[in-house]
Design a protein around this ligand. Structure first.
Ligand code: SAM
Length: 235
């Protein structure tokens, strides 16, 4: 993209322009709504987590602790939060890596507007960009997180390719995604759920298998209700 086309006046770096990679399904379109961005962090996200993980699943603050543990942030890392929404996790990473740079990337302008207005950490930068084609060099980040988004991203396999590409050696990855628990196989659940909502249901071994195929190690999976947390490391 020519430099004169890159806009920053809203508080984020616009590397998308007029492109909209979010997909056509209702659940995907919803992420562009200003109303959702307003209620997302306090209402939508906690409710969604309860629906996905059940009443005994981790609370919001526990989810933050899980993410920080999986990413092993010690203070000076460069961190990428893919599909960061209103920056709800990005800000935690910024506090945990005060001497590093934390980049929150999302394709929704309304979400990033909220993220910018709610963030005052000097070590955070927001980018309007596409998870299918991350605008970063190979091996840029010590830690990459993608929570509650792979199931909305139109082509998750491409997003995983990109995630692994931008991860540095010894870099840590943290994912939170959907997980099929039956009785139908994931392919059958997807025929209905994805067509109606845009939300994809991943088979239990699908994402761990993809990470293994990319050569990642220390792959750990924790299934909670209809969700899965996955951590991994790039050797
Ligand atoms: C449910 S929110 C997740 C926000 C946050 N990570 C969390 O855990 O609460 C999903 C986000 O994925 C973003 N998204 C969907 N497709 C994307 C794409 N191709 N590139 C970047 N972001 C995308 C949406 O705009 C939305 O903000």
């Amino acid at each position: 993209m020519p430099v004169e086309d890159v806009h920053t006046q809203e508080g984020w770096l616009d590397l998308l322009g007029e492109r909209d990679p979010t997909g056509v399904h209702p659940g995907q379109r919803l992420m562009l709504s200003a109303t959702l961005a307003r209620i997302y962090e306090r209402l939508w996200r906690p409710l969604g987590a309860r629906m996905l993980m059940g009443l005994t699943g981790p609370s919001t603050s526990e989810e933050h602790r899980i993410a920080l543990r999986m990413l092993e942030l010690g203070g000076g890392e460069n961190v990428l939060d893919i599909a960061c929404g209103p920056g709800n996790f990005t800000r935690s990473f910024a506090r945990a890596a005060p001497a590093g740079l934390v980049v929150g990337l999302d394709a929704s302008k309304t979400m990033l507007t909220r993220a910018v207005s709610d963030t005052d950490s000097p070590n955070v930068a927001y980018v309007l960009g596409d998870a299918h084609a991350l605008p970063f060099r190979d091996g840029t980040f010590d830690a990459v997180c993608c929570f509650a988004a792979l199931y909305l991203i139109d082509e998750p396999a491409r997003a995983i390719d990109e995630t692994v590409r931008v991860l540095a050696r010894d870099g840590r990855l943290a994912l939170l995604a959907s997980c099929n628990r039956g009785p139908l196989p994931a392919a059958a659940s997807n025929t209905l759920v994805r067509r109606l909502t845009g939300v994809r249901v991943f088979d239990r071994g699908e994402l761990t298998g993809a990470l293994r195929a990319h050569g990642l190690t220390d792959i750990r999976q924790r299934v909670v209700g209809l969700a899965q947390f996955i951590s991994a490391r790039k050797p």
